[in-house]
Design a protein around this ligand. Structure first.
Ligand code: SF4
Length: 251
C-alpha cells in the first residue's frame, strides 16, 4: 500500500507494488506472474480504512496497479477497500481511479457498486501514441469502461486525465476531449508529462501555458462540467477541489 497526502485528501495505491503492465510513462516496477512475484494482502482493505480514519481525511482516492494475473483483475479486493474506507470514514468522499480491468465490465460494476462518489479512469494519451505510452491498453476499451461507469451509476461524477508533451498535436487532444465527452465523462484533467526515470519515455515538448488554457477553453466549450488544464495538473491533483467545483458546476 502506498499513500500520498495533502489538504485532507490522500491517495492510496493498492493491490501491491508491482504491475503486470509496463506503460512507457510510468515508474511503477513491472512484475512477472510466471516468477510468482505477485502477492495480495488480504488485510489491505481494512488497513487502508483504518489509516484513512486515523488521518481524518475528507477525500480519499483509491487507485491500484494493474493485476491482469488475477481472474477478477483485483476488483473484489478493490471493492472491499472502498467498503472499508466508507465504513471507517462515512463522511469522506471516495474517488476510485481504476485500471481498465481488461474491459471486464462486471469488474468495473463490482467496484462502482461498493459506493464510491467519483469514478476516474485515465486515458493518458491520444490513440496514435498508445503503442508507446500504454502498449497493453486499448483506447476504445478505456472509453467503453468510462461510458459504462456513467450508465451503471448515473449519480457518479466521472473523470479522466491525460498527459501532454508526449508528441501529440493539439487537434488530436481536441479529438480525445470530444471522445471523452461523448463517453459522458464530466471532468477532464490535462497535465504536462515529466519523465520519471531515464528508462521512461522522453518528454517531446513542454506545452505552453497558453496551450493549456486553450485546451481548457475547448473542453468547456464542448460541454465538460470542469476541465483542469495546466503544467502541474495531475489526475489526483487537488482531487477534493476538482470534485467540489465540478459538483457545483452546471452543464
Ligand atoms: S497500468 Fe498503471 S501502474 Fe501499471 S505501468 Fe501502467 S500506469 Fe503504471
Amino acid at each position: 500500500m502506498h499513500e500520498c497526502f495533502s489538504r485532507g485528501a490522500a491517495t492510496f495505491m493498492i493491490l501491491g507494488n508491482l504491475c503486470t503492465r509496463g506503460c512507457g510513462f510510468c515508474s511503477v516496477p513491472k512484475g512477472s506472474p510466471r516468477k510468482k512475484e505477485f502477492t495480495l494482502d488480504p488485510s489491505e482493505p481494512e488497513n487502508v480504512g483504518r489509516m484513512a480514519a486515523q488521518m481524518k481525511l475528507r477525500y480519499v482516492v483509491i487507485t491500484a496497479v494493474n493485476r491482469d494475473d488475477l481472474p477478477d483483475g483485483g476488483s473484489t479486493h478493490f471493492a472491499e477497500t472502498v467498503r472499508q474506507v466508507s465504513k471507517a470514514l462515512p463522511q469522506a468522499r471516495i474517488e476510485v481511479l481504476t485500471p481498465d480491468f481488461c474491459g471486464d465490465l462486471d469488474a468495473v460494476a463490482r467496484v462502482l457498486d461498493a459506493g464510491p462518489h467519483v469514478f476516474n479512469h485515465n486515458m493518458e494519451t491520444i490513440p496514435r501514441l498508445y503503442g508507446r505510452v500504454r502498449p497493453q491498453a486499448n483506447y476504445r476499451q478505456s472509453l467503453d469502461v468510462l461510458q459504462f461507469g456513467k450508465r451503471h451509476r448515473p449519480d457518479l461524477l466521472t473523470k479522466s486525465g491525460l498527459m501532454v508533451g508526449l508528441g501529440e498535436r493539439p487537434a488530436e487532444v481536441e479529438s480525445l476531449l470530444r471522445d471523452l465527452h461523448e463517453a459522458d465523462v464530466d471532468v477532464a484533467t490535462i497535465g504536462q508529462y515529466l519523465q520519471p526515470t531515464r528508462r521512461n519515455l522522453p518528454v517531446s515538448e513542454y506545452v505552453t501555458p497558453a496551450q493549456f488554457d486553450a485546451y481548457r477553453e475547448y473542453g468547456l466549450s464542448i460541454g465538460f462540467k470542469m476541465v483542469f488544464s495546466g503544467p502541474l495538473v495531475r489526475s489526483s491533483y487537488m482531487a477534493d477541489l476538482v470534485n467540489e467545483q465540478a459538483s457545483q458546476a452546471t452543464v
